[in-house]
Design a protein around this ligand. Structure first.
Ligand code: HEC
Ligand code: HEC
Length: 225
């Protein structure tokens, strides 16, 4: 894929010490979709990045860059950041990890939370953790605090083979899920609260690093109350 230097992997990129000051400049582009706060959008087109483990952010950027994860709208931006060098990837990731999470991620309709909890406990928590907190070391994503519709769609795509980097064991456990079960487990996950110290004080919090007149691509990008 035209790398002048060795193809990236999570270990080589995470070994670089990221500079959040430099990463802030690179993040300006990302903010167009992921919002200046890194909160993504409630309807789930753009995932929240804030709160996610650095190794997970790095792995997803690599997978998108290398064509292991289909995310067409992201490709020009993952290409661009890798073209600037692995250090730029480390920088932007280190900036993202300074951002607090939204206090108000979207959740499901609450109809099947008991079923969702059962499925999660039996089939998901061994990797994603009791509170869906993930695991940086193993690049298991944090799922808590993410928007319901995004989580729902990822599970569906993993089941349908549309997200090709999905963990194989996970794909097998999701393969037999009905639509109701996918919605139930996504709903349950969306209601697991992150630690208070990871979350912004208020839904009105705005990232002071970006100007007030910042215009983002999704018209409803600001997670208004
Ligand atoms: C034009 C819109 C757009 C821009 C700009 C953009 N992204 Fe994304 N990004 C997306 C979309 C859409 C997805 C989700 C793809 C999917 O649903 O599978 C995504 C997913 C991601 C993910 C995976 C998240 C997860 O939970 O797995 C990471 C990491 C990411 N983007 C980082 C970045 C960074 C860093 C930048 C800037 C260098 C950036 N994005 C710029 C649209 C964008
Ligand atoms: C064997 C370990 C394992 C199990 C069990 C597992 N997962 Fe995962 N999950 C992963 C890994 C690893 C990834 C990241 C894969 C990648 O790089 O795309 C992931 C990614 C995800 C994502 C995408 C997160 C994002 O930010 O894009 C969702 C949603 C998810 N898992 C939900 C579930 C659910 C629901 C279950 C239970 C039915 C489950 N997982 C079971 C390991 C697991």
């Amino acid at each position: 894929m035209g790398f002048a230097i060795a193809a990236p992997n999570v270990t080589s990129v995470s070994a670089l010490k990221g500079d959040p000051k430099k990463g802030k400049d690179a993040y300006h582009t990302c903010a167009l979709c992921h919002t200046p706060e890194g909160w993504g959008t409630e309807e789930g087109n753009y995932p929240q990045l804030s709160g996610q483990h650095p190794n997970v952010l790095i792995k997803q950027l690599i997978d998108i860059k290398m064509g292991n994860r289909e995310a067409p709208t992201m490709i020009p931006f993952s290409d661009d950041i890798f073209d600037q060098g692995h250090q730029s990837v480390a920088d932007v990731v280190s900036y993202i990890t300074t951002l607090p999470m939204t206090p108000k991620n979207s959740v499901g309709n609450g109809d099947n939370l008991k079923l969702g909890k059962e499925l999660y406990t039996k089939q998901c928590q061994s990797c994603h953790g009791a509170n869906a907190e993930g695991n940086n070391e193993k690049s298991f994503p944090l799922l808590q605090g993410q928007h319901y519709e995004y989580t729902f769609r990822q599970i569906l795509w993993i089941k349908e083979g549309l997200r090709n980097n999905g963990d194989e064991k996970m794909r097998q456990s999701i393969a037999a899920f009905s639509d109701t079960e996918i919605r139930a487990v996504a709903d349950y996950i969306s209601r697991i609260k992150p630690d208070k110290n990871k979350v912004a004080e208020s839904t009105d919090w705005q990232n002071p690093d970006f100007h007030d007149d910042f215009v983002s691509v999704p018209a409803n990008a600001k997670n208004k109350k």
